[in-house]
Design a protein around this ligand. Sequence first.
Ligand code: HEM
Length: 401
Amino acid sequence: MMAPEHSLLMELLDAGNRHNPYPLYARLREQPVPMQGRDGVVVGDYDTCARLMRDTRLGTDRSLVEGETTGRDRLRPPTFLSMNPPDHTRLRGLVSKAFTPKRVAALAPNIQVVVDKLLTRALVKPEFDFAGEIAYTLPLTIISDMLGVPHEDMPKLESWSRAFTMVLDPVVTFRRADDSQLRSIRDARDEFANYFAQKIAERRADPQDDLITRLVQIEERGDTLSELEVMTTCGLLLVAGHETTASLTSNALLALLRHPDQFEALRRDPSLIEGAVEETLRWDPPVQITARTVNEPARIAGHDLPPRAVVLILLAAANRDPAHFERPDDFDITRERVPHLAFAAGIHFCLGAPLARLEAALLLRVFAERVEQPRLIDVEYRSHVNVRGPKRLIIGHSGAN
Ligand code: HEM
């Protein structure tokens, strides 16, 4: 017989629940749920999630999270997302120089140009797919421009990013990915490595004003990034910022269309944009779950866990914890700001958070200004459990400015 908590976990992985996993999260938040079939525990209340992401007895060795599926053949070489100090500290420290608030703010004019172009193209039609035509394309274009990758190569980057995002899904932790999924992840890994090895060699020979060149040239107190480190960092930036930011803008638009009074308030008062972005991050976060691994035998959330056990942290459940947020299930863009966990917490706090916020705010502002009487026609979710957002989001409208 399967324990009732375990069947709750299985329900969470069921693609049929993608349209609304929140009632399930509410039940999983009540108490930590032990995993069956492997050592681990699932936590969902705000305080435990926030505390465990700062707990030094836990690390982020994702090869363990991915391990069951992949055996000894690692699907991807590790990025600093899945490293522990001191390696994490060193790499993040070197890369974060390229993500200072000043550098991110300087991207606004280019983001604005891309937003205008994408919307103008979509608005020619009375109906368009906001997710497919705008939300996915915007962050991909911006990260390609930052890296210095030509636009004609974007379809390749997009397919690699989709394959890599699969690796992050806890479905892969619980169930075996099928052979065709594994093959496409491995192919993406190899093609990506060949492509970026060539780009890195080109930049060493002929430096440009772009992120690949900056990563190649980074040097601090004699420390530099190796070629593999530059490559895995480019992969991390591509994957971490693509489907996540796309989901943020689609989730925000969907929430606003389903709460017309709030959309109207936003139109009247554009200063509410930042509130709308933050409330979407809290209420329907793009990254729903993250994971930590146990470094040494430890009692975690009331369970004795051995080294290599996995702790799944339900960020989306924590963000609606009634012990922490008033009226947690209400979408309210005017709510007083209380820190949410959409970008995680502790040493792995999202490095790209300012960029994601800027892209989402600019896109929503221009959408609210330009699109007349937008209405929701259809929405279809991607099957991912972890990165949650629409695959298709069909919007109708009555005209454009
Ligand atoms: C880490 C969410 C956009 C780069 C993370 C983590 C979360 C997250 C939850 C931490 C995972 C953990 O602790 O296990 C998001 C969301 C985004 C977004 C919801 C969009 C709305 C971006 C963008 C970039 C980016 C645009 C860069 C282009 C990174 C990097 C890390 C990270 C490099 C690893 C940080 C570390 O390990 O120190 N992100 N992210 N993210 N994110 Fe984001």
